[in-house]
Design a binder for this molecule. Structure first.
Ligand code: HEM
Length: 204
């Protein structure tokens, strides 16, 4: 729980902020939503997060393009089966490439672009029944921390967007100059940490 439940949510927050910094119009729309929803509030509670529809799309889109565990966790085949004409013998280690599914152009239009709005007209979600989108896995061993993860990510991001405006540290840096490299390994950590400067938003 500690290792699987902290890094994953933290890296989703970092990737979401990275995407927002690279897409200033998405950032603006998200801040508008959060600031209208929280207007006049000094303390944000879990209930306040419920109506943040656009923020939820941003988190979904971030998990689609940057699933923290792109290859999920390995499984072992208990029964002989056939998939797409391939025989999978008992005890075969099966690794599902969730990232590849989430950017497969057969299922996703303009698959590699960051477009939170795509979920406006789509009922696809990550609860394990849409196999093109399984950042939390699927089946009886899928992630049990999904609801806790979502609430932690939403809560952190919503407050970051509500209380602060964000800038790149140098006025000369452009949004597209933000490095998007992932480090090697089983989890898709941002290789070079995102560096952004907050300024307090004073109209709350
Ligand atoms: C964005 C956040 C998270 C993502 C993307 C994520 C993703 C995953 C994935 C892909 C698996 C393997 C599922 C499979 O094999 O089908 C998993 C398993 C697991 N996750 Fe998460 N996770 C997240 C957050 C959390 C949190 C917050 C907790 C706990 C507080 C947690 C606890 C676990 C545990 C205990 C397992 C092993 C379940 C089992 O083997 O039965 N995860 N997670």
């Amino acid at each position: 729980m500690f290792s699987g439940g902290t890094d994953t949510s933290a890296m989703t927050i970092e990737w979401a902020m990275t995407k927002l910094m690279r897409n200033p119009n998405v950032m603006e729309k998200a801040q508008k939503e959060v600031r209208e929803a929280f207007k006049g509030k000094n303390k944000i509670t879990e209930g306040d997060l419920q109506d943040l529809v656009y923020l939820k799309y941003i988190i979904k889109e971030t998990l689609r393009l940057h699933p923290p565990a792109p290859l999920l966790l390995p499984r072992e085949c208990r029964e002989h089966c056939q998939i797409d004409g391939y025989d999978i013998p008992v005890k075969t280690k099966v690794i599902v490439n969730a990232f590849a599914c989430a950017v497969d152009p057969e299922y996703w239009h303009d698959a590699e672009s960051f477009k939170p709005e795509r979920f406006d007209s789509s009922s696809v979600d990550f609860m394990g029944t849409n196999f093109e989108f399984v950042p939390f896995g699927s089946g009886r061993r899928m992630c049990p921390g999904i609801n806790f993860a979502l609430i932690s990510i939403e809560s952190a991001l919503a407050q970051m967007l509500y209380y602060f405006n964000w800038q790149l540290p140098s006025s000369k840096s452009s949004p597209t100059s933000i490095d998007m490299t992932e480090s090697d390994g089983g989890t898709a950590v941002k290789k070079i940490p995102l560096l952004v400067t907050p300024t307090l938003y004073s109209s709350f």
